[in-house]
Design a protein around this ligand. Structure first.
Ligand code: PHE
Length: 453
């Protein structure tokens, strides 16, 4: 058997897994979800969910990977042994293959904005209609997507230790420092205090069951759970690393960066809008339309813009790399491809599917699936439909096939601590499946227009 790739040590795992977790989801999606679903109360619910539900899933996936020493398809096949479990493995493996192309399209937009800021075009970017013209134009969007995708594939091509691990070890610390600098700047703007209060002070009146569902969905996306990534990374983790210790660091880092992103964006937008949270709910356009306007309105706008988009670019790159890593690992394990051949195959898939999304708002605007543009469709089908199903398979794989005891043994191997051991079984057998089913039902209802998020 070929020697399996591995991380050099704990730091390699933690920073690569955190690099996967920290992405556009934290910087752009988290602040706008927080604003849309209740401010402080959303944050509170989110943190509770991460500490119990999210953390259980992270430990589960990492352990599955380390026990099986395979990417998801092989792991489910070896440990699950039934046909339906095999299907679960494939769902886990296919999700990243579908996400990374459209994720890279957005990565391309970030790259484009960074370059424009560096060229001194801050005012142009902030002008009305700029973003729409850019994405509906097609060509530019396609070019930047291809550059971003090529950067991602290059890192994957370099291998685990000299690719993903090395890039994460450089980019993650830089990202944290930038996030702190920009948050301090944003929080010290006149009028920013209201935004800080909105983010941190829970107001029960803003609570509804939608708050919980939205927080759950955000958590899955942000922690990169149920997409085969942590199974793959677990399979690269040596046995002398303590699982609990390493995974807690990943969950904490991801949450801290999400909160920092909240501190970068919410107070600045509050200051800009004179205390009106409505602007924050602009959704996808928050980062590409509102934020440039906010930067343009303050001193040092160009400098802050450059730092901000470098940060977002790093976050997006490390996430895209992890998505590709999971896919490439599946091709290596299942098709027996060399790493280079597997990277080439991924490049072709990315170029094909990503182009649909990159051109989806422009030349292909009339082509729609379920009345959604390609990018929105891929986002919906992966995050709202496939991911909950995949999470369900992970829970079943553990309680029906691997056994809660075996997972605990893996976590406790060589004296490792497992603080949640007593509740772990209950979490994977009862709580996680219920939560996941709620997400799935809510997503389907929202697609049918029965509820609105
Ligand atoms: N977790 C990443 C984020 O927060 C996104 C991502 C999703 C990464 C799926 C990998 C897989 O943006």
């Amino acid at each position: 058997m070929k020697n399996r790739s591995s991380f050099s040590g704990k730091l390699g795992f933690v920073l690569s897994a955190a690099g996967s977790a920290v992405g556009l989801g934290n910087i752009w999606r988290f602040p706008y979800f927080t604003a849309k679903y209740g401010g402080g109360i959303f944050l509170l619910v989110y943190i509770i969910l991460v500490a119990f539900f999210g953390y259980t899933m992270i430990v589960s996936e990492t352990s599955i990977g380390r026990i099986a020493k395979k990417s998801p398809v092989g792991a489910f096949r070896d440990l699950g042994k039934t046909k339906s479990m095999k299907f679960g493995g494939w769902i886990n493996a296919i999700i990243p293959i579908l996400i990374v192309p459209y994720y890279s399209v957005i990565g391309g937009w970030v790259l484009k904005y960074l370059i424009e800021y560096i060229r001194g075009n801050a005012a142009v970017i902030a002008s009305d209609g700029y973003f729409t013209d850019f994405i509906t134009g097609g060509t530019q969007s396609e070019i930047y997507f291809l550059i971003f995708a090529a950067m991602t594939i290059f890192v994957i091509y370099c291998g685990v230790q000299s690719g993903i691990e090395r890039v994460s070890k450089f980019m993650m610390p830089v990202l944290i420092v930038l996030a702190i600098i920009i948050s301090v700047f944003s929080c010290t703007r006149p009028g920013a205090v209201e935004g800080i209060k909105y983010l941190f002070i829970p107001n029960v009146e803003h609570f509804s069951w939608i708050t919980v569902v939205a927080a759950m969905e955000q958590m899955f996306y942000s922690l990169s759970i149920a997409m085969g990534i942590l199974i793959t990374f677990g399979s690269y983790m040596k046995r002398d690393i303590k699982i609990q210790n390493a995974t807690i660091q990943v969950a904490v880092l991801d949450t801290v960066i999400a909160i920092l992103a909240g501190l970068m964006i919410i107070p600045a937008v509050f200051a800009f809008s004179g205390g009106d949270p409505a602007m924050l709910q602009a959704g996808p356009s928050l980062m590409f339309i509102i934020i440039p306007k906010v930067f343009a309105s303050m001193g040092f706008g160009t400098g802050v813009g450059i730092l901000f988009f470098v940060l977002v670019l790093f976050a997006a790159l490390t996430s895209a790399i992890s998505l590709c890593e999971s896919a490439v690992s599946t091709f290596e394990d299942e098709l027996g491809f060399s790493r280079h051949k597997a990277s080439a195959l991924m490049a072709v898939i990315m170029a094909a599917l990503g182009s649909l999304s990159a051109l989806g708002y422009g030349p292909f605007a009339s082509a729609k699936i379920f009345s959604m543009q390609f990018l929105d469709f891929f986002d919906f089908i992966t995050n709202s439909v496939m991911m909950p199903i995949s999470a369900l398979f992970i829970c079943v794989l553990i309680f029906r096939h691997i056994g809660v005891k075996r997972i605990a043994e893996e976590v406790e191997y060589d004296g490792g601590k497992f603080s949640q051991k007593k509740i772990y079984g209950f979490m994977v057998k009862v709580i996680c499946p219920i939560f996941v089913i709620v997400i799935l039902i809510a997503s389907i209802l929202s697609m049918m227009g029965k509820i609105s998020f």
